[in-house]
Write a protein that binds this ligand. Structure first.
Ligand code: ZN
Length: 431
């Protein structure tokens, strides 16, 4: 799928010409305007002690190595956004891998460090996933989650329809049924992108003249992700910065004020943390009536406990309090989750990813919680079981998702698809 088909599929013919006109107004014939916007977006982030991640197509890097090198020198992270801006789900595995390998080579030759991948149009399939693993990317960010922060009645019918179309195109899943967290899959970390993003707000929901509303939408995502202990990956293309600059600054300001704090980082930082965290070990010794549990974790890890110590006035998340302890001992109930003998083995990995001590069926009678799901893990099932575990009041120890005593996480990303109007027109033929 090339650009014209993407716009036609997702907007319909009536909006096609309007879209091309608005693009004509956003881009210039030289990269100067877009360079300024990339710098401005970086500066807004810097003022809040965070740096952005910019996935860029390799063909854009080849055309404009200087501005990208200048941003890298300021600490901005770059990632591969395809060799060209095409829908990779339309290409077979071999072709996808070939494109990614060529893109990596172009980045390496230009001296641009990268370890992540994001698909153009946020469209990927299992072959993309396998090609990303084959190319040894540390992270990918292709999975889209939409948050319940906008409602149909608030928008004109055509705007709501355009928003629904883009959700469909992205195969977006609802945050009401999904955990919005990274996942370690076949060696790389998949970090979900949050919607409504800049495109959904500006070009779909028609909020280009309502900067404050975009800010409030992103504030709601941030607050929900904070309440749930999840991650908000902002997606903001630099060409829409004039409509979203205030919203970005606003959401970063709110993030600075939240307590417990928000872990802010680039996508590579999030991915490295997620991998490091998974190397943690729970060492349990069980006697007839007592136990000792020792956690071997990275030193930045956040450890939570429930029903053991701490005041209920200082809850960190659900009924958990923060603890500096790494060794726990007690009598009676074991502070972990047992899988019953009927439980499908796929649930073990989910429980470990969520930072629980997992116990064998022999400990069911003493476990703080028992999972008895006979069917293979589904995301909806995981969402419900996790809520049940977290709302119980039995003693529990949990390795929390984020480091340094942070409750949730936030990243800022922006795909660089084009720097000039000519780039945009070239995209029509690039496949
Ligand atoms: Zn893109």
């Amino acid at each position: 799928m090339n650009l014209a088909r993407f716009i036609f599929n997702s907007r319909g013919i009536s909006n096609l010409l309007h879209r091309f006109w608005s693009l004509f107004c956003r881009f210039g014939f030289t990269p100067a305007r877009m360079e300024k916007q990339l710098q401005k977006m970086t500066d807004i982030c810097k003022a809040h002690d965070i740096l952005p991640t910019f996935p860029a197509t390799a063909c854009i890097l080849r055309r404009y190595p200087k501005p990208i090198t200048r941003l890298q020198a300021q600490g901005v992270e770059f990632a591969v956004h395809g060799l060209v801006h095409t829908d990779y789900t339309q290409l077979p595995f071999e072709k996808q891998r070939e494109h990614f390998e060529q893109a990596i080579e172009i980045f390496e030759k230009a001296g641009i460090r990268m370890c992540g991948f994001r698909s153009p149009y946020l469209r990927s399939n299992n072959d993309t996933h396998l090609a990303v693993s084959d190319c040894n990317f540390v992270w990918a960010s292709n999975f889209v989650i939409h948050w319940p922060v906008v409602e149909q009645g608030e928008f004109p019918p055509q705007a709501w329809e355009a928003y629904q179309k883009v959700l469909e195109l992205y195969s977006s899943q609802s945050a009401t049924q999904y955990r919005v967290i990274p996942h370690l899959l076949d060696g790389h970390v998949e970090i979900p992108v949050s919607v409504p993003d800049d495109e959904a707000c500006v070009d779909r929901l028609e909020l280009k003249r309502d900067k404050r509303r975009i800010g409030r939408i992103w504030q709601s995502i941030l607050e929900q992700s904070h309440a749930r202990g999840e991650i908000f990956t902002v997606q903001l293309h630099h060409e829409r910065l004039p409509f979203c600059d205030e919203a970005l600054d606003y959401v970063l300001t709110i993030a600075d004020q939240l307590s417990p704090p928000v872990f802010k980082g680039q996508l590579a930082t999030i991915a490295n943390w997620w991998k490091q965290r998974r190397s943690s070990i729970f060492h349990l010794e069980v006697a007839r009536d007592s136990y000792t549990l020792e956690l071997k974790t990275p030193k930045e890890a956040t450890i939570l406990c429930r029903g053991m110590e701490g005041s209920k006035d200082h809850l960190f998340f659900a009924n958990y309090t923060l603890t500096s302890k790494r060794v726990f001992s007690g009598r009676g109930i074991l502070p972990g989750v047992a899988l019953s003998s009927q439980c499908h083995p796929s649930w073990r990995d989910f429980l470990q990813e969520e930072g629980f001590l997992t116990l064998d069926p022999m400990h069911c009678a003493r476990a703080a919680y028992v999972v008895e799901e006979p069917n293979m893990l589904t995301e909806e099932g995981a969402f419900n079981v996790l809520q049940a575990i977290d709302s119980a009041d039995t003693p529990m120890v949990r390795l929390w998702r984020w480091p340094q005593g942070c409750r949730s996480a936030l990243c800022v990303s922006g795909d660089i698809d084009c720097m000039t109007l000519q780039d945009f027109l070239w995209r029509i033929w690039e496949v």
